[in-house]
Structures are given as structure tokens and as C-alpha cells.
Design a protein around this ligand. Structure first.
Ligand code: NAP
Length: 345
């Protein structure tokens, strides 16, 4: 019998796929500048507009982005966002996001929002923490890509999780799903100062923050409501400001059912993140902020005290990337049906 020759590889060059037009409102902020850097190099999109608030006549220059993106920052224009982009990123204070996000949805534009404006589903909680969002429009999806990929693909507006909640939820959700959370959950979180945005305050002033570590927002931080919403259980969340420019480290204390073993914990986490490109499980080798700074990774390590059923997890990420712009681009990739890693590795 004659053996068929292998089919020749088709050498016809594929027609270049049309690029998706994206724009950024809030491009001059900390998270917005990271979006500019990522989207300017993203192979499937064209960055058509990057906007400041327009409150000042001369937008802040972005020298770190020279030769990465040499476009002009323009003042905020809802019309331009709606006409020049298929997908708009909002890296704005939440009140501005609530208004502009809702208006863009009404004009049929898809939105990826980094603020908290659309995260909270319970009306009373939303009124308390994000009062500018009077109603949650149809098509809003809370977008933690490792858990919500299917819903994100069909979303009209992806509401990206907060930086602290991303680190906490990635560590805790697989354990909740496996029935391993019992009793209290304590999230002791440390963040670098860029988490507070570019406008300086007394708390973030160099001479206040340098050489010190301060707890804040105990029982009064809005990320508590977000973590509890997604985890569906009470959480004691205590954030701290540390003298770093970027990065979050959370030490998470959990009580598990007696008799729970370390392999059960490992199985729950490994099962959840087997094919997740941006979650790296480090087991007993505890991760550090330096391992994830300037990346879209969240690294999670843990230790189990089997006789007492106590578990301590350590979860780290870069608040401006996996906690904000990187996660936003990961969500864009899902919306566009691309590999989640596109433009991020
Ligand atoms: N920083 C983080 O680690 C982080 C992490 C996750 C989520 N987020 C969320 O992402 C959003 C942006 O955070 P950020 O830290 O990048 O803030 P930021 O550094 O303070 O930047 C805010 C941006 O929004 C613009 N802006 C301010 N008020 C505006 C208004 N009324 N209308 C239109 N534009 C306005 C600013 O423009 P000008 O330059 O003209 O002032 C700037 O471009 C916030 O909702 C924040 O909660 C931040």
C-alpha cells in the first residue's frame, strides 16, 4: 500500500486580523499608565485614545512611556470614547466610572472598569461604599478571570476585582469550594503606596510613610464588603500601608475542619489553578512581593498545622498589574476570545 505523502504546510500568509480599537479614560493615573504600556504593545489591539481628566490644561507628561507609546494624552471626551473605541478601559475614581461606564453601555460600547463602582451587587452595601452607582446596569459581570471566565466572555461591562480582594479571593475561593473554611478567616494585608493612586495625602506623604508601617481601615474598608460578597462568609480584613511603591502581601489565617491534611489543601489549590496561567502555587516556599512585582502573577504559598487544623496562606501580587491593569488586560483577552496571556508575558 502506498503511503500518502504528508500534506505540505500551507504557506499562504494569513490575512492580518483586524485589530480591536481600545481607549483608556484615566490614562494619566497609576493604573492607567500601566494600561497604556500594556495596550500599546498588545498584538491584537490599537490604542486609539488615552485621556486625562481634562481638569488641567496641560496633561501630566508620561516620560516612562516614551517610545512605548508616543501618542498624545487628550482631555476626557465621552463622545470620542464612544466613537473611537470598541472596548473602553476606565481607570478612574469610582464616581467618574459610575457615570461614564453607564453612559458608554447605553451607547453600546464594551467597558472594562478598574474601579469599585460596579463591584457590589447588594444595593444597601453598594449605597454605603459606592453611592454614585445608583443602579447596576444589565450586562455587568464581576470579573475574576480564574473563576469567571465564561461570564466575562459575554459581559458588556467587566468590573475588575479590587487589588486586595484579588489576592485574598485567589487564595481562599478554592478552599471555600472544597469545604475547608470553618470558623474565622483573617486577611492581614500589606500594600505599597501606589495602591492609593497618584494624589498625595498626609498618609501617603514620603516623610509620613517612609520608615513606618501603619494599619488603617479596620472594619471600615470597602474591600471587606467585596471579599465577603465573593466568598459568601464574614472576613476580618486589616490593611496596612508599607513603604514600598508597589505590591501587596496578604497573610491569611484560616481555621479548617479538624483532621484536614496538607495534601487536601494542596489538592484544592492545585485543582483550581491547573490551567491558570497567572497563578503560581509555591507550597511551603512562601512567596514575596519581589517575586511578582512588575508581573501579572499572583503567587500563593501556605503552611498547615495538621494537629490543630490551622492554615496560613501567603498571597502576593503587584497591585498595579494583577491587581489592576494586568487583570484588566487579562479580561480583555477573554472578551476578545484570545489566549489570556496575550500581551501579558
Ligand atoms: N492604584 C491601584 O493599585 C489600584 C488597584 C486596583 C484598582 N484601582 C482603581 O483604579 C482606578 C484608578 O486608580 P489609580 O490609582 O490609577 O488612580 P489615580 O492614580 O488617582 O489616577 C486617576 C486617573 O483618573 C483621572 N481622573 C480623576 N478624576 C477624574 C474625573 N472626574 N473624570 C475623568 N477623569 C478623572 C485622572 O486624570 P488627571 O491626571 O487629569 O488627574 C487620572 O488619569 C480607581 O478607581 C482605583 O480604585 C487602583
Amino acid at each position: 500500500m502506498a503511503i500518502a505523502a504528508p500534506r505540505p504546510v500551507d504557506q499562504t500568509p494569513a490575512a492580518p486580523a483586524a485589530r480591536t480599537r481600545v481607549a483608556i479614560a484615566g490614562a494619566t493615573g497609576y493604573a492607567g499608565q500601566e494600561l497604556v504600556r500594556l495596550l500599546a504593545r498588545h498584538p491584537a489591539v490599537t490604542l486609539t485614545a488615552a485621556m486625562s481628566s481634562g481638569a488641567t490644561s496641560a496633561p501630566r507628561p508620561m516620560p516612562a512611556l516614551a517610545r512605548i507609546w508616543d501618542g498624545e494624552v487628550i482631555p476626557l471626551s465621552l463622545d470620542k470614547l464612544a466613537t473611537d473605541a470598541d472596548v473602553v478601559f476606565l481607570a478612574l475614581p469610582e464616581a467618574a466610572s459610575a457615570e461614564i461606564g453607564t453612559a458608554l453601555l447605553q451607547r453600546g460600547v464594551r467597558v472594562i472598569d478598574l474601579s469599585g463602582a460596579f463591584r457590589i451587587r447588594n444595593e444597601a452595601n453598594r449605597q454605603r461604599w459606592y453611592p454614585a452607582t445608583t443602579t447596576l446596569p444589565a450586562g455587568v459581570v464581576y470579573g475574576l478571570p480564574e473563576r469567571d471566565a465564561d461570564a466575562i466572555r459575554d459581559a458588556r461591562l467587566v468590573s475588575c476585582p479590587g487589588c486586595y480582594p484579588t489576592a485574598a479571593l485567589l487564595a481562599l475561593l478554592p478552599l471555600a469550594d472544597a469545604g475547608l473554611l470553618e470558623g474565622s478567616v483573617v486577611v492581614d494585608a500589606k500594600s505599597g503606596v501606589s495602591g492609593a493612586g497618584k494624589t498625595p495625602s498626609e498618609r501617603t506623604h514620603f516623610s509620613e510613610n517612609h520608615g513606618s508601617v501603619a494599619a488603617y481601615g479596620i472594619f471600615s474598608h470597602r474591600h471587606t464588603a467585596e471579599i465577603e460578597q465573593e466568598l459568601e462568609r464574614p472576613v476580618t480584613f486589616v490593611p496596612h500601608l508599607v513603604p514600598l511603591d508597589r505590591g501587596i502581601l496578604e497573610t491569611i489565617y484560616v481555621t479548617m475542619p479538624r483532621g484536614t491534611t496538607e495534601p487536601q489543601v494542596a489538592k484544592a489549590l492545585e485543582g483550581a489553578y491547573m490551567s491558570a496561567p497567572f497563578v503560581r502555587l509555591t507550597g511551603a516556599a512562601l512567596p514575596e512581593i519581589k517575586h511578582v512585582a512588575y508581573t501579572n502573577f499572583c503567587d500563593i504559598g501556605w503552611k498547615v498545622d495538621e494537629p490543630t487544623g490551622r492554615l496560613v496562606l501567603v498571597s502576593v501580587l503587584d497591585n498595579l498589574l494583577k491587581g489592576a491593569a494586568g487583570q484588566g488586560v487579562q479580561n480583555l483577552n477573554l472578551v476578545l476570545g484570545l489566549d489570556e496571556r496575550t500581551g501579558l508575558l
